[in-house]
Design a protein around this ligand. Sequence first.
Ligand SMILES: [Fe+2]
Length: 345
Amino acid sequence: MACCCIYHGWKFAVDGTVLDTPNVTDPRFKERIKGRTYPVREAGGLLWAYLGPQGEEPPFPHWGFMDQPDAHRINASAIVNCNFVQVMEGLVDSSHLTVLHGSALARTNDSDLDYAKKTSHMQFDASPKIEADETDFGFHYVAIRETDGKRIARVTAFATPCFIANANGDVWLAIVPVNDERCNFYHVWWDAEKPIGEEPLRSAQLTFVGLDEPTLRKYGMTADTCDSPAAMSVANGFGQDRAKQRDGHFTGLDSITQEDAACSISSGTIRDRSQEMLSTADLAISRLQRTLLACARAERDQKEIPALRAEGGRAVGVSAEIAVDEDWRRLVPHHQIVSSTGARA
Ligand SMILES: [Fe+2]
């Protein structure tokens, strides 16, 4: 396989070798030059590219969903018009689920979707107990809710630099910058038992969370609509339906994906953090910021980022009932605590 530049007709092999230079007749010329190339792999329904320096590629990550056939996996993505860190902060912020997604979660009471059953209890207890540990790959954090005499722990994993294993245990997320003011928000669901990648399960899942094509286009969250008037902004009120709110819907937005995006975008495309005030509910967000700053400083100082070479399989999202005196860390048996930012600098 080769590719050809339409400008002067130069032909390149996939490893960058120059095969032909029609406008330079000296045959030795092409032997002195080589095109820049980046390794790309396909796994879990995604294309993975390594864009760093040659010879320094970290081990290829392995996530559980990569072992599932297409029929047992759902891949979906949305464009969000703000800095990628803001989207990630929402994903490690458990307490907003009870408030922002209150109306969406109320729909889980009548739904047979596994996703609905796993998230229904989050309608209750808007102030879960939050704890977080920095680990070799990034951090685990837990939100513990007390509901109907039960103590439910939801553990989420953040893996450097932009991957999140959701506490539901069957949802994986990657938040990849397009530029400083836009990101691609990738979702993967998997189920070893059910063919969730096939209809009608696939559409039911995507529609429930607002990742179906019509809803994404309605809010300007696809590649061909993210620059259109549909894209959420002050001008269009972020797509909130005030009549729907008057009828009792908390946000007036279609589903969870749109509610998260509206909050991420409305705080500023790149949020002004100079006046930011974090609370105890934001413990995991502070861990995220600390982890990312450590990565940025390591890159600036041309030091290795150890988390990129962490052994795979430790970053796990899981949710379960635990006893009153039980340590949530038993849910993540490979959990390894590292000593704060000093260990990764
Ligand atoms: Fe959310």
